[in-house]
Design a protein around this ligand. Structure first.
Ligand code: FE
Ligand code: FE
Length: 348
């Protein structure tokens, strides 16, 4: 039978105390879109956002955008705010996707802009070291193209990989996580899927490059998130996970499992089967909801789904999967989800 390796034998050792939650700090900030360009709600200073994140209660860490909004480069103030909120930095995310880089960061046709992107990531990396962050997150959302014939695809691929090499090579002690996403803001983003991002990472060949798998981006990319996770985990390139949900057409960043319940359970199962012990990080955009309540709702759901997997008959599921028995596999997951509320023979 297919074996996932020794780390997969640890399932029964899991308990809810193993659940460690984090969140992107943007979840507690101000939301803008192209219609509400002055924002939904008033601007929120980064230290206030950190305080709000702390008030969720079960968050351990936050992923921080760099520069730090109202406190550019002021690592000490950020550190202090984190300490007071009972949080730490899971990641620092350099803003290589803003107006300055609208024509691309690593793939910008202007070599000076490419250089500025590399320098911005270097400053963010120094901040990540100072804050003791787990990794620097790269979201090259402007790297790609919008129109057929706009770019030489070979050249853009080369520049994208060159950018990765330039930021990661000088810092072998820091990990760099690429967060892939199919679209927005660039219409076609270079690092759009798990497979393409892995291909790029393997081509660059640096051990400190990996992937942040955003569940919603994977859904939006048309992937099966569990399969994407499996691909990345078997290559030991999974550095972080972002949780959220969407209707698949767009990166809606809704509360976890609000739309794709079954696929979220399958995704969580694969993480557990591979012994994933990283943070369960929330990446939501609660435009019309209270962000603290939205974070708590997702934490509640994730904790419940964790218990669902505890109840899952894994041996029976493995046997069903060996036979590719779809209905039996679904029934086993439904039993774990619905418990006593499900009746095997509802029509009599
Ligand atoms: Fe994300
Ligand atoms: Fe997102």
């Amino acid at each position: 039978m297919y074996s996932r390796g020794p780390e997969c034998q640890v399932m029964s050792e899991y308990s809810p105390t193993d659940l460690r939650f984090g969140a992107g700090i943007w979840m507690f900030g101000q939301f803008l879109d192209r219609y509400a360009t002055d924002g939904y709600g008033p601007p929120v200073a980064v230290c206030d956002a950190i305080r709000l994140a702390g008030s969720v209660g079960s968050l351990e860490a936050v992923d921080l955008n760099y520069p730090f909004w109202d406190a550019e480069g002021d690592v000490a103030r950020i550190q202090d705010a984190l300490l007071q909120a009972g949080l730490r930095a899971s990641a620092v995310t350099p803003s290589i996707y803003t107006r300055e880089f609208r024509g691309g960061a690593f793939t910008n046709p202007d070599p000076k802009t490419r250089q500025r992107a590399v320098e911005l990531v270097a400053r963010a990396t120094e901040a990540a070291y100072a804050l003791g962050a787990d990794y620097v997150k790269l979201w090259p959302g402007q790297d790609g193209h919008d129109y057929p014939f706009q770019v030489d695809h070979g050249r853009v691929w080369e520049l994208a990989l060159d950018g990765l090499r330039q930021v990661a090579e000088p810092y072998p002690g820091m990990r760099f996580a690429i967060e892939y996403k199919p679209r927005e803001p660039r219409i076609q983003i270079v690092f759009s899927t798990a497979a393409k991002t892995l291909l790029g990472i393997e081509q660059v060949g640096l051990p400190n490059l990996g992937i942040l798998l955003d569940l919603g981006h994977s859904l939006n990319a048309g992937e099966t998130p569990a399969e994407a996770a499996q691909l990345i985990l078997t290559r030991s390139r999974l550095l972080g996970v972002d949780f959220n949900d969407n209707f698949r057409r767009w990166d809606d960043d809704l509360a976890v499992a609000s739309v794709h319940l079954m696929e979220t359970v399958e995704f969580l199962l694969v993480l557990r089967q591979h012994g994933w012990k990283g943070l369960w990080q929330l990446d939501q955009f609660p435009f019309r909801e209270d962000p603290v309540a939205a974070a708590r709702a997702s934490i509640r759901t994730l904790t419940a789904l964790h218990r669902v997997i505890d109840r899952l008959d894994l041996a029976a599921l493995a046997a069903a999967q060996e036979r590719h028995d779809a209905l039996e596999a679904q029934r086993l997951v439904q039993d774990a989800l619905f418990g006593n509320f499900i009746d095997d023979h509802p029509v009599r």
